[in-house]
Design a protein around this ligand. Structure first.
Ligand code: HEC
Ligand code: HEC
Length: 208
């Protein structure tokens, strides 16, 4: 390389890396698990238990959930994008960092396994979860929520072991348009009947 060309490329490289440095955003603040636990203990324990584990079937299990998904739901409850009167109230006073902290707290807990209960429907549920419903182009749930229901961070939520009642209620809410914070899920639920929704929800409760 001729010295002048060499010098030019050094100057160029230095300029580019200086620009890259200037464009780098400041590091994300690390979530504070102790603060997250304090919020959970003060505000969420009555419905979601102390650590987000199995409580009443109407209230979702939160432990082990990807924190990005949980934080997205809290922000959308607060803004009204996901409608629920109880959770709108609960999220109203949470700041963005409260949401990140409490989401990280639940994510730090390991979800316990659940069980499918409906013997008559579990085979249908498994078929839908793993293969979808071909003649109505319902995609396999496993494609996005993963074969064992652990989801795929950070977009696709974990569902393994979730209360069947809660999962069924969400599918019905996507289908009726009550829950409209995911175009993908609205499209999928629209093509499923009540029996199929019940079956796949029960199967998901037993996934591990
Ligand atoms: C009075 C009971 C109650 C309290 C207290 C409560 N929740 Fe909830 N939570 C619910 C119910 C019911 C739902 C289901 C809402 C729906 O059907 O959309 C829910 C849903 C959620 C979801 C959505 C989960 C998912 O899988 O999509 C998150 C996240 C959540 N709550 C977090 C919290 C946090 C964090 C707190 C405390 C700051 C809290 N909740 C306090 C009852 C409660
Ligand atoms: C193309 C990807 C994709 C496929 C396939 C898919 N999902 Fe989802 N699902 C999503 C996304 C993305 C979300 C998160 C929506 C949000 O951010 O609120 C979600 C959320 C859900 C939720 C809400 C979870 C909660 O905790 O509230 C349920 C229930 C659900 N999916 C059930 C299913 C079922 C049952 C199937 C199969 C019939 C399925 N999904 C197939 C992408 C998918």
């Amino acid at each position: 390389m001729k010295p002048s060309v060499y010098l030019l490329s050094v100057v160029f490289a230095a300029t580019v890396s200086a620009q890259a440095l200037a464009a780098t955003p400041p590091p994300e603040p690390k979530p504070d698990l102790a603060k997250g636990q304090a919020t959970a203990t003060a505000m969420c324990v009555a419905c979601h238990t102390a650590d987000g584990s199995r409580g009443s079937p109407a209230n979702p299990i939160l432990q082990g959930q990807h924190p990005e998904y949980t934080a997205k739901q809290l922000a959308e409850f607060k803004s009204g994008k996901r409608e629920n009167a109880i959770m709108r109230g609960m999220s109203a006073t949470l700041s963005e960092s409260d949401m990140l902290n409490v989401s990280a707290f639940y994510a730090s807990k390991v979800a316990k396994p659940g069980f499918a209960k409906n013997k008559d429907l579990v085979a249908l549920g498994e078929k839908i979860y793993r293969g979808g419903i071909a003649d109505r182009s319902v995609p396999a749930c496993s494609g996005c929520h993963s074969p064992n229901g652990a989801g795929i961070p950070s977009q696709y939520p974990r569902m393994a072991g979730q209360h069947a009642d809660y999962t069924e209620a969400q599918m019905l809410a996507f289908r009726s348009g009550l829950r409209k914070n995911s175009a993908q899920m609205t499209g999928i639920a629209a093509k499923m009947n009540d029996r199929e929704i019940k079956a796949v929800s029960d199967y998901i409760a037993g996934l591990r």
